[in-house]
Design a protein around this ligand. Sequence first.
Ligand SMILES: Cc1cc2nc3c(=O)[nH]c(=O)nc-3n(C[C@H](O)[C@H](O)[C@H](O)COP(=O)(O)O)c2cc1C
Ligand SMILES: CCCCCCC(=O)C(=O)O
Length: 368
Amino acid sequence: MLRDKNLVCVGDFERYGESILPKNALDYYRSGAGDEFTLALNRDAFRRLRIRPRIMRDVSCRDQSTTVLGTKVAMPIGIAPTAMQRMAHPDGECGNARAVGAMGGVFILSTLSTSSIEEVGAAAPNTVKWFQLYIYNDRDVTRKLVKRAEQTNFRALVLTVDAPVFGIRIADIRNKFTLPPHLSLANFEGIKATGVKSESDSGINEYVKKLFDQSVTWDDVRWLKSITQLPLILKGILTADDAAIAAGLGVAAILVSNHGARQVDFTPASIEVLPEIVKAVNGQCEVYLDGGIRQGTDVFKALALGAKMVFMGRPALWGLACGGEDGVKSILSIIKNELDSVMGLTGCATLEDIKKEMVVHESHYSHL
Ligand SMILES: Cc1cc2nc3c(=O)[nH]c(=O)nc-3n(C[C@H](O)[C@H](O)[C@H](O)COP(=O)(O)O)c2cc1C
Ligand SMILES: CCCCCCC(=O)C(=O)O
């Protein structure tokens, strides 16, 4: 039972999850690229931000609800797409989607899931679901995924734009990462190879090299927009220049992300680039953030700096590992409760009350 384990913060789930997951899965979930400098920075950058509370405001009724792409959600927190979730627990993507639906957030399903679009659609019909896409060499593969997501009531597409090739994740290479044989990439039954097997390198890199299109450009964003009516979100933008191009192409939203520090080591933390991106898009589209969100104060900081919504990747995997669907629900209610606490203690009854000037970099106080 989860309750017996006394897991009361995301860090507790992470430590317990790490103690029980098999090495191949744990290393895959945990790792960042290269030296993992950016992996640590994704957390450190949040620690360098200070919160300036306001006092004596009526906070007796607090509300975390907001809208994303015109849909009302109960909290500004969602689950980022992570591949192969059934390595963590048999509930996998279906349990994860149900958990976030029960908490009133958004679930993003990875293309490389171990439960199919249709299985997740049936398991979590009431959850607000978005579908994450990679662009395959064979555009028909991508087109068919889009049509299946449309038919299964997914409400938006999230195109991952930071992965024409994959980052070097040292542990996966050492482990020769392989998807356990009882699992498969469920969206590809009967279409493409569904296993992820290592011949010599990490099985992930071998899969990606073989099947993903390395020649993708902004034309592919135009192409995607031409084949679907679903709103398009670009995930993985880290510069104002690219954000301006994306906004100019009419995307619905940008998800500021360094892919959980798994692609290029020494990129900035996503929270560090958020302000320049918010400024560059100047209200033309919504802006979200993922990377290093582990507590309610992180959510507060990201919202203050202009994100409309935040997403978590690894914490949901730790939640799954520790207790399946219930574990993810626990993680989400912990973060939601922490956000409620910081809102109450900073004079913010609603998300609109969380203002930019309430969060400053530590250097603001360096004259002391
Ligand atoms: C194990 C794992 C698998 C991931 N798989 C995908 C994926 O399939 N598609 C994608 O766009 N991003 C993927 N990501 C990146 C996440 O969507 C997200 O950007 C990142 O996990 C956020 O950082 P966090 O883990 O610190 O919350 C993955 C991340 C992890 C840790
Ligand atoms: C099946 C091989 C590719 C999985 C890649 C998922 C991903 O984006 C990641 O960061 O890992």
